[in-house]
Design a protein around this ligand. Structure first.
Ligand SMILES: Nc1nc2c(ncn2[C@@H]2O[C@H](COP(=O)(O)OP(=O)(O)OP(=O)(O)O)[C@@H](O)[C@H]2O)c(=O)[nH]1
Length: 419
């Protein structure tokens, strides 16, 4: 474990060799002019005549989505798809939190404790507002009281109020009841049981983001409500990937906000990634298509596409995201290979309905929760894990380039329970 944590920490410190930063004008000039008949326009015509489907699926979008809601989504390992450059090596040089879509060996764990403490303390500090509010209330509840039906009911209410969700609240009270019913209970007893139960809920969703580098590029579409941290998270992901020596292209598919395009360009420069942008108000699906073609031509390992997240007009947003997904599918039926949604932890219960919406619209198959530093609402991640069972790849714990950590169920559970 400690070795794993150490890798997280060394990230961003070992910068990649100075990568060539594309001249902004040159990058933008590669987008075909609006009035030229482009390959994309032909594809678009075709796409608009077809029923809506998720890339690579035979079924209409709604069918695919409703099926995916019933079963926990499985990210299939790809067959024989290790990048040539990595095929000969025993350990692929991917950053912590990523994995190849192959049966890669489990990472060896070194028995060092010091780096782990550093990371854990950091996570704990980030979640301290969530955990301290809860533990204060729990301690007050159990002062001089034995565990009975009333205290169990009150505890359940407290846990639900802290955004953990009804299912997890019941798991915790159930486990506590079977261990200590009729006996004295301390705040520490509750925290210990809570940590164990929360870990059980989170373990199945704490997964690395699998990259199939045979795709060249592996396309990651990033969706989510505006302000949830899409662009910042893309920058942090790009830093990890380019830091590990991968060639990354960032595409500014949020053509709605000039600042979002500019912000992504800065992240591209900062991380030595290629940047593909277009003018404000341009068709986002067109940009995504061009970006995919250019990233292929330049042999990028990973293409990350930013999108707009405004929800003022849901129909418009849905149409735009669906079109991006369909258009990417024209160049590779499996693309986008990963559809990542960013969720802002500070929005609490609202994050739950956001997953519902974006999952239906864009076929989200993985989550990143941002702004877990300093929020009292970190419990929502547990409720989302219990309900949606989507993989949670990383968590955002600050605005800095290194403030994105691979999601670890046990550490998160302990931090939230305050143990
Ligand atoms: N504290 C904290 N702030 C974060 C984190 N992630 C992002 N932010 C901040 O949240 C704000 C919004 O982030 P953006 O990346 O612009 O969000 P976005 O979803 O791209 O927003 P739009 O471009 O408006 O669609 C910025 O000020 C970020 O610095 C995090 O993990 N912790």
């Amino acid at each position: 474990m400690a070795g794993f944590i150490k890798r997280i920490f060394s990230f961003g410190k070992e910068r990649p060799p100075e990568a060539e930063t594309p001249a902004p004008d040159a990058a933008e000039a590669e987008i075909p002019a609006e009035d030229e008949p482009s390959e994309f326009e032909k594809v678009l015509e075709e796409v608009e005549r077809e029923p809506e489907t998720v890339a690579g699926a035979e079924e209409p979008l709604e069918t695919v989505i409703s099926e995916s809601l019933e079963a926990a989504p499985v990210i299939e390992p790809a067959e024989e798809q290790v990048d040539e450059r990595m095929a000969g090596t025993d350990t692929p040089a991917l950053p912590a939190g990523f994995a190849l879509s192959e049966n890669e060996p489990e990472e060896e764990v070194e028995p060092e404790e010091a780096p782990r403490l550093t990371w854990f303390q950091r996570l704990k500090a980030g979640l301290s507002r969530t955990s301290s509010q809860l533990s204060l209330k729990i301690s007050a509840l159990f002062t001089k009281r034995k565990l009975d039906e009333d205290t169990l009911d009150e505890l359940e209410d407290l846990l639900i109020q802290s955004d953990l969700g009804v299912e997890t609240a019941m798991r915790i009270t159930g486990a506590l009841s079977s261990e200590r019913y009729g006996k004295d209970v301390s705040g520490e007893d509750v925290a210990r049981i809570m940590a164990a139960e929360v870990e059980k809920v989170l373990s199945p969703v704490a997964k690395p983001l699998k990259l199939d580098l045979s795709h060249k590029p592996h396309v990651i579409l990033v969706v989510g409500v505006n302000g949830t941290g899409k662009t910042t998270t893309i920058g942090k992901l790009a830093a990890k990937l380019s830091g590990a020596g991968l060639k990354v292209t960032l595409a500014a598919g949020d053509t709605f906000r000039a600042a979002a395009i500019e912000q992504l360009k800065i992240w591209a420069e900062r991380t030595g990634s290629d940047f593909i942008g277009t003018r404000l108000g341009a068709d986002a699906a067109g940009l995504a298509y061009d970006a995919f073609e250019q990233a292929k031509a330049k042999k990028s390992d990973v293409l990350i596409i930013d999108t707009a997240g405004r929800l003022q007009n849901k129909a418009e947003l849905m149409a735009e995201l669906e079109k991006i997904v369909r258009v990417l599918g024209k160049l590779d039926p499996d693309a986008p290979h990963t559809v990542l949604q960013t969720l802002d932890a500070t929005t609490g219960q609202n994050a739950m309905s956001q997953v519902e919406i974006f999952r239906n619209v864009a076929g989200v198959n993985g989550l990143i929760m941002t702004k877990l530093d300093g929020t009292a609402r970190g419990g929502i991640l547990v409720a989302i894990a219990a309900k949606h069972k989507l993989p949670v790849y990383f968590i955002g714990v600050g605005e800095g380039i290194d403030d994105l950590e691979p999601f670890e169920a046990g550490d998160f559970a302990k931090a939230i329970a305050g143990v």
